[in-house]
Write a protein that binds this ligand. Structure first.
Ligand code: MG
Ligand code: FE
Length: 167
């Protein structure tokens, strides 16, 4: 058993670890993309948003719980992200889009949980921060959703023409 504030703090730490993993995934995807400039630009935009999200979560963690060691749970999300990332496979841009969309859905679910928990715990500032982050995750998920078919077609066209298609 724990207080609502304890649970909120623990879930904020989970979100922090999730965002650290997002930075790792987005950074490696961006570094490898060469032939998909729109996707790369969108990833870079979301990478900057994600760095800001980590900073916002840091402040929520400081406010809600003192001096927890954030690092000790990061591993939970590392394996998940690595399994999804699909880097270095022959269709990595397609696998990467799939991984990114999946990851954004996890983030959306996580912030909806945090918003409900913050509301329950009476933490209006954390609720406000998580609502702002949620909008960024929804926008990224929507962009990926709207561009999945185009990216797939472009991959297939380039591959068909013997051009570098995978990234
Ligand atoms: Mg995020
Ligand atoms: Fe995200």
């Amino acid at each position: 058993m724990g207080t609502p504030a304890d649970h909120l703090h623990a879930w904020l730490r989970d979100a922090h670890a999730m965002e650290e993993q997002a930075i790792t995934m987005l950074t490696s995807q961006s570094a490898r993309l060469e032939n998909y400039p729109e996707l790369k630009a969108q990833i870079d935009k979301h990478l900057q948003e994600t760095r800001d999200q980590v900073a916002m979560l840091d402040r929520c963690l400081e406010r809600t719980g003192g001096s927890s060691n954030i690092k000790d749970i990061t591993g939970k999300f590392v394996a998940f992200g690595q399994g999804l990332s699909g880097l270095f496979v022959s269709d990595e841009v397609v696998k990467g889009s799939l991984a990114s969309y999946t990851f954004e859905q996890m983030e959306i679910a996580s912030y909806k949980i945090l918003i409900a928990a913050a509301e329950y715990a009476g933490d209006q500032e954390t609720k406000r921060v998580c609502e702002a982050i949620l909008q960024q995750e929804l926008a990224m998920a929507q962009w990926l959703d709207e561009h999945a078919a185009t990216i797939t077609r472009k991959f297939l066209e380039r591959d068909q023409q013997g051009m570098t298609a995978k990234h």
